[in-house]
Design a protein around this ligand. Structure first.
Ligand code: GLU
Length: 421
């Protein structure tokens, strides 16, 4: 991977820039530049064909000044420790910006879940959580789903942990199925949070979402629900969508059910009848009002940032815009809303799930959405307020930098008062 695309370098670069703008204390900056703890695991798993395969996995606990660390687990063939470190840093800023009482963490396993059978995945999930014994727990570090992991994997991990401690411990992990301590509204909470942010941003930019056109990159946990919700809540026209194989484009607007069916039957949305095929790169450059990158890192770079035509970029994926591209978009007046604001709905509802597990008292879907709306709308206004304050002091800063400043200030304040520096 070229150095400028190394996610951990990017996360450090972003932090350095924010630290400079806010005059962050040197010691606080040094602590926050590196993860507090990095675990590397080698996990033997018995495969269906009788052989034993050793999988490599990671868990990075970045900072716990504000509470137990929190963040998802990715099962990905190209997983790297540096990606996990960056994602753990972003979880730290995400939880601090949302002002929920957590630090940040992330986990990953190098594996190809698409080619593994159900019982192999179960064994891998159980082995992963066993290997972390002593380093996870509802008061220590609380994992959740992420790329290519799902509620079933979380249920197995919760079950394994519960066996180790000798009692049911639902609060050890979030994103669980409803039957075993999951929360109403968790399944589409990342996209729902993004929609609340979009609503606020459109108000600010005076964009009528009912007449707006949208392109969505990705049709997984985030992109799929972003499609459904932007149509349902705002009546927007989604003109393009893609997955890792390619995309579909229609100026008249795409049909959700048709896309879901074709994806299920053929494995990709790009086989959708009545729509033209489009590449992922072409999708990003379409002339639309709103672009929603909902797939993976490093999609908008210095190479294509000049050709992004959207008025708003809503970063529903983690890390889709590189720092160089961030700068270009900002100079060009594109409102690029940062990942750790836009996609914080997932971890906010994870927090609700953990709270419900602790109190064994469960909320309605309506309760969940209302509370999510209140928290994420406050995050959005904290970002806008900080941007205005800096502007009034003669510094023009991007929404990402404003979000960093709010988050880093909160983590630094907690570290200071605890006597860490
Ligand atoms: N994996 C999601 C994220 O990146 C959710 C994390 C969580 O719920 O802990 O924010």
């Amino acid at each position: 991977m070229p150095e400028e695309l190394d996610p951990f370098r990017i996360s450090q670069e972003q932090l350095d820039k924010a630290a400079g703008l806010m005059n962050l204390d040197k010691a606080a900056h040094a602590i926050l530049r590196e993860p507090m703890r990095e675990l590397e695991l080698n996990m033997p798993v018995r495969m269906r064909n009788g052989t034993t395969k050793v999988f490599k996995g990671f868990r990075v606990q970045y900072n716990n000044a504000r509470g137990p660390t929190k963040g998802g687990i990715r099962f990905h063939p190209q997983e790297t420790k540096d990606t996990v470190k960056a994602l753990a840093a972003w979880m730290t800023w995400k939880c601090a910006l949302a002002n929920i009482p957590y630090g940040g963490a992330k986990g990953g396993v190098i594996c190809d879940p698409k080619s593994m059978k159900g019982d192999e995945l179960e064994e891998l999930s159980r082995t992963y959580i066993r290997s972390l014994n002593g380093f996870v727990g509802p008061k220590v570090d609380i994992p959740a789903p992420d790329v290519y992991t799902n509620p079933q994997d979380m249920a197995w991990m919760m079950d394994e942990y519960s066996k180790i401690v000798g009692h049911n411990e639902f609060g050890v992990i979030t994103g669980k199925p409803l039957e075993v301590g999951g929360s109403e509204g968790r399944f589409d909470s990342t996209a729902m949070g993004g929609m609340y942010v979009l609503r606020e941003a459109a108000k600010m930019k005076k964009i009528n979402l009912r007449k707006a056109t949208i392109a969505i990159q990705g049709f997984g946990n985030a992109g799929n629900f972003a499609f459904e919700l932007s149509k349902k809540l705002f009546g927007s026209r989604i003109v393009a969508v893609s997955d890792s194989s390619g995309g579909a484009h229609s100026e008249k607007g795409l049909d959700y059910q048709k896309l879901k069916d074709v994806k299920e039957k053929t494995g990709s949305v790009d086989n959708c009848k009545g729509a033209e095929k489009i590449t992922n790169d072409e999708l990003l450059e379409l002339d639309v009002d709103i672009l929603i990158p909902s797939a993976i890192e490093n999609q908008i770079t210095e190479k294509n940032a000049d050709r992004i035509n959207a008025k708003i970029v809503l970063e529903l994926a983690n890390g889709p815009v590189t720092p160089g591209a961030d700068e270009i978009l900002f100079q060009r007046g594109v409102l690029d809303l940062p990942d750790f604001l836009v996609n914080s709905g997932g971890v906010i509802v994870s927090y609700f799930e953990w709270v419900q597990n602790i109190q064994s008292f469960y909320w309605t879907e309506d309760d969940v959405y209302k509370r999510l709306d209140a928290i994420i709308t406050k995050s959005f206004s904290d970002v806008v307020k900080t941007q205005r304050e800096y502007r009034d002091n003669g510094k023009k800063i991007s929404p990402r930098m404003a979000a960093y400043i709010v988050a880093v200030e909160r983590v630094a304040a907690a570290m200071k008062i605890r006597g860490w520096y």
